[in-house]
Design a protein around this ligand. Structure first.
Ligand code: URA
Length: 234
C-alpha cells in the first residue's frame, strides 16, 4: 500500500509509511496501519489523509510553459516545468515530452507515459509542431521558399521541408515535423535572422486553450490528447 500511495502522490515511501502507521490510510473504509498491506488497485478504494486516491496508470498534463523555466524534471539551479505542476497532478516519473528552450514559451506536454512521449517526439511519426517566432529582421519570399525546400543547418544537417508563414514583417509562424536541437533558431540563423521570442502554439491538432495562462496546467486523458494531436474530432 505504501508503494501505491507514494507513486500516485508525490510523497516519499518513508513519509507515507509514517502516515499509515499514524492511522492516516484506509482500505475500503477500514483503517489500516500496516504499510505492507496488499491492495487491489482496480477494486479497492484507497484513502490517504482523508482523500480517495483515484488510480491512474499515467498522468497527462498540458502546460503553457512560461519564459525562464527549464524543460526538465529537476535542476539544482533553475526552476523546472515539473516544479510548476500543481501537487494534485504531480507524480514521480513525470517529464516534459521533448524540450522547449528556457526562453521558449507555450505548449508542453508532461507525462510519465514513456511510450506516449516517444511517439509524440519520434520524427518517424512526422507530427507537426508550430511556433510563432519574433525575429530581429524581416521575412521575405526567398526565405519561405528556402524553408520549404529543406534548410541545411550550419553543421550540414538537412532539415525536412518546413512551412514558413509571414504574419507581420518580422513575425512568422513556422511549422516543422521534427525536433532537432534548437532547430527553429538554427533554421532562422541560416537566413541571417535571430529569434527574439519563440512560442509553441500547437502539436499536430493540439492547441493551447487560450484560457491557460503562462505556468498553468490542465490534466487531459491520453485519448483526448491523441484525438487532438492526430486531429480527430473530440
Ligand atoms: N526550436 C528552437 O530553436 N527552440 C525551441 O525551444 C523549440 C524549437
Amino acid at each position: 500500500m505504501d508503494k501505491f500511495i507514494s507513486n500516485q502522490l508525490i510523497v516519499s515511501r518513508s513519509v507515507v509509511r509514517q502516515g499509515i502507521q499514524r492511522g492516516e490510510a484506509a482500505v475500503n473504509g477500514m483503517l489500516v496501519r500496516d504499510s505492507g498491506t496488499l491492495i487491489d488497485v482496480d477494486n479497492d478504494i484507497i484513502a490517504y489523509k482523508g482523500n480517495i486516491i483515484n488510480y491512474k496508470e499515467y498522468v497527462y498534463i498540458l502546460m503553457n510553459k512560461p519564459h525562464g523555466v527549464l524543460s526538465a524534471a529537476t535542476d539544482k539551479m533553475c526552476k523546472t516545468v515539473v516544479d510548476l505542476v500543481p501537487d494534485h497532478l504531480k507524480r514521480q516519473g513525470i517529464v516534459p515530452v521533448g524540450r522547449l528552450d528556457k526562453d521558449t514559451t507555450g505548449l508542453l506536454i508532461i507525462t510519465d507515459d514513456g511510450a506516449f512521449a516517444h511517439n509524440c517526439i519520434s520524427p518517424k511519426k512526422k507530427i507537426s509542431k508550430s511556433y510563432i517566432a519574433h525575429l530581429d529582421g524581416d521575412i521575405n519570399e526567398d526565405m519561405i521558399a528556402k524553408f520549404q525546400n529543406g534548410v541545411v543547418l550550419a553543421d550540414g544537417t538537412v532539415c525536412r521541408s518546413a512551412i514558413l508563414e509571414r504574419m507581420d514583417k518580422n513575425i512568422a509562424r513556422i511549422t516543422i515535423t521534427e525536433g532537432k536541437y534548437h532547430q527553429v533558431k538554427r533554421m532562422f540563423g541560416t537566413v541571417g535572422l535571430g529569434v527574439n521570442g519563440l512560442h509553441r502554439e500547437s502539436i499536430g491538432g493540439l492547441y493551447l486553450p487560450n484560457t491557460l495562462k503562462f505556468g498553468e496546467c490542465i490534466e487531459m486523458t491520453k485519448q483526448q490528447l491523441e484525438d487532438c494531436i492526430y486531429n480527430k474530432k473530440v
